[in-house]
Design a protein around this ligand. Structure first.
Ligand code: GTP
Ligand code: ZN
Length: 192
């Protein structure tokens, strides 16, 4: 269960959003950015973004997270309504400390999947329950999900959310994230 905690205006480089925080069972500082009025709407453009401190904040080129985040915000900023749910599940849910351990193994040549497994950790430990609860809070009728990750769409469908489409979130590959993007496509089923 979630309960509204606070709401405020958030002017961004992509225009004006409202930022919401919710009390939640996970006791996580998730953030919800809302463009316009999504209440009761159909086909709401939705980005569910998992935290990546190294990419989102520091601009790391090991992954495409920041590129996807900025492109999503810019896209949403141009729409009449839409939302971005920013989930604090760093490193596909294993946390920053373990993600850097995984990076260290990747520096030795292992891919992102192998590295997690070698550490005895799940490949993807994420949970999107909070996002489902947020959509229900706003009484959103259906969503168009901004993702390349079929697992995210499946989770929403399995939890009673009507998904009326997918909006691909392209990023521009760099020499540093090419191997990572290939692994996402070949081992994690991303539609890239
Ligand atoms: N464990 C681990 N996590 C990573 C690695 N690279 C990025 N991440 C995390 O992966 C998450 C982003 O996942 P992605 O697979 O890029 O994207 P996605 O959100 O599943 O799919 P899209 O919706 O298409 O962006 C963030 O939480 C990042 O911190 C890595 O090498 N190892
Ligand atoms: Zn990242």
């Amino acid at each position: 269960m979630i309960k509204l905690y606070a709401k405020a205006k958030l002017p961004t480089m992509a225009g004006m959003f409202d930022i919401y925080t919710f009390e939640n069972d996970e006791h996580q500082d998730h953030a919800v950015l809302v463009k316009g009025d999504v209440t009761g709407k159909e086909d709401v453009p939705l980005r569910i973004h998992s935290e990546c401190l190294t990419g989102d904040v520091f601009g790391s080129r090991r992954c495409d997270c920041r590129d996807q985040l900025i492109r999503s915000l810019v896209y949403l900023g141009k729409q009449e309504y839409g939302m971005l749910i920013y989930l604090r599940q760093e490193g596909r849910g294993i946390g920053l400390l373990n993600k850097i351990r995984a990076y260290s193994l990747q520096d030795q040549g292992y891919d992102t999947v192998e590295a997690n497994l070698m550490l005895g950790l799940p490949v993807d430990k994420r949970d999107y329950t909070f996002a489902v609860e947020v959509l229900k809070y706003f009484n959103v009728k259906s969503v168009k999900v901004m993702t390349n990750n079929p697992a995210k769409m499946d989770f929403l469908l399995e939890h009673g959310i009507r998904v009326t489409g997918r909006i691909p979130v392209k990023s521009t590959p760099t020499p540093y994230d090419e191997f990572y993007l290939t692994t996402k496509r070949e081992r994690l089923g991303h539609q890239l």
